[in-house]
Design a protein around this ligand. Structure first.
Ligand code: ADP
Length: 279
């Protein structure tokens, strides 16, 4: 049996002093059924995501095969055929990303998410990623600045790329076309940390929903009202992935004006005589 216990201190001066003076009321609530339902839900999500992965990989394979065949045979598609093709491609891509996120959620819940940390310079990693995003999102301007020459961190590069991709993707998704997205890589010398900031001037997050925004499947009302697709899993996963690597993630946001997300990670100390710039 799982118990959720809460105690409420009693401060009632009118209660007569006697043998049993009431100090607090303790409420024990049996939450086993709730816990069981949560576990079942997680198990179901895991099985569904796992089962979806194979047919999706097959679908993606067929789309790529068809594309290369069409290219080789020189067939020109009608605009409608072209549009249908793109729809299938984008749809399978989104479904694959969703199933990957769901699988990560179940791995995290089951303590099965492994991190492979290695010492990496975060500056080229961020710059490479921003370049990739700039190529695919030409309706936004992405601008990256770095304060230092190199900043070494001990991270799982793929997982950090996943977090930063999510932040960049959100900055693009929740900003109007033509919007500027600024990415700053800053060194906090006092705390021996690097802070990566992703700033947009998009729809922002309503103040009353900010406290819950890192929760699982949580989405703000304005994101849904604008008809922007999403699952509410990216920030949940990002926080888990960052905190497991000794980092922090937080944000500042004003609805209608924009948001800035910050990721901080501990820097790796390099002994003086092993400095990277020693000839
Ligand atoms: P998704 O974007 O897939 O819904 P996330 O977990 O990445 O999921 O984000 C959770 C929610 O936080 C979003 O649905 C949106 O309401 C809000 N959000 C995240 N990033 C931004 C941003 N840059 N600007 C405005 N809202 C954001």
């Amino acid at each position: 049996i799982a118990l959720d216990s809460r105690s409420f201190p009693l401060n009632v001066p009118s209660v007569p002093r006697g043998e049993y003076e009431p100090m607090a009321i303790v409420v024990h609530q049996d939450v086993s059924a709730l816990k069981e339902a949560e576990a079942l839900k997680d198990e179901f999500i895991g099985i569904a995501a796992h089962e979806l992965r194979n047919p999706l990989a097959v679908l993606q394979g067929y789309v790529q095969l068809l594309q290369s065949q069409l290219r080789h045979t020189g067939v020109t598609l009608t605009p409608l055929q072209e549009e249908s093709f793109q729809g299938i491609e984008q749809g399978t891509h989104r479904l694959t990303a969703l199933t990957d996120d769901l699988l990560d959620v179940t791995r995290l819940q089951g303590g099965r998410l492994e991190l492979r940390q290695e010492i990496t310079d975060i500056i080229p990693l961020v710059k490479r990623l921003v370049k990739r995003f700039q190529l695919t999102s030409q309706q936004h301007q992405l601008h990256v600045t770095a304060q230092a020459e190199f900043l070494l961190v001990s991270i799982d590069t793929q997982r950090i790329e996943q977090v930063l991709s999510n932040l960049l993707n959100n900055a693009i998704k929740y900003s109007p076309q033509g919007g500027l997205i600024e990415i700053r890589i800053e060194e906090n010398q006092a705390k021996n940390r690097v802070v990566v900031c992703v700033q947009d001037s998009g729809i922002g997050i309503p103040a009353q929903q900010q406290a819950r925004i890192f929760g699982r499947f949580v989405r703000a009302d304005n994101a849904q009202a604008h008809g922007i697709d999403g699952t509410g899993l990216g920030l949940y996963l990002s926080r888990e992935l960052i905190e497991r690597q000794g980092g922090h993630i937080w944000f500042q946001s004003i609805e209608g004006q924009g948001s800035t997300f910050f990721v901080s990670l501990p820097l790796v100390d390099i002994p003086q005589d092993q400095g990277m710039d020693t000839p």
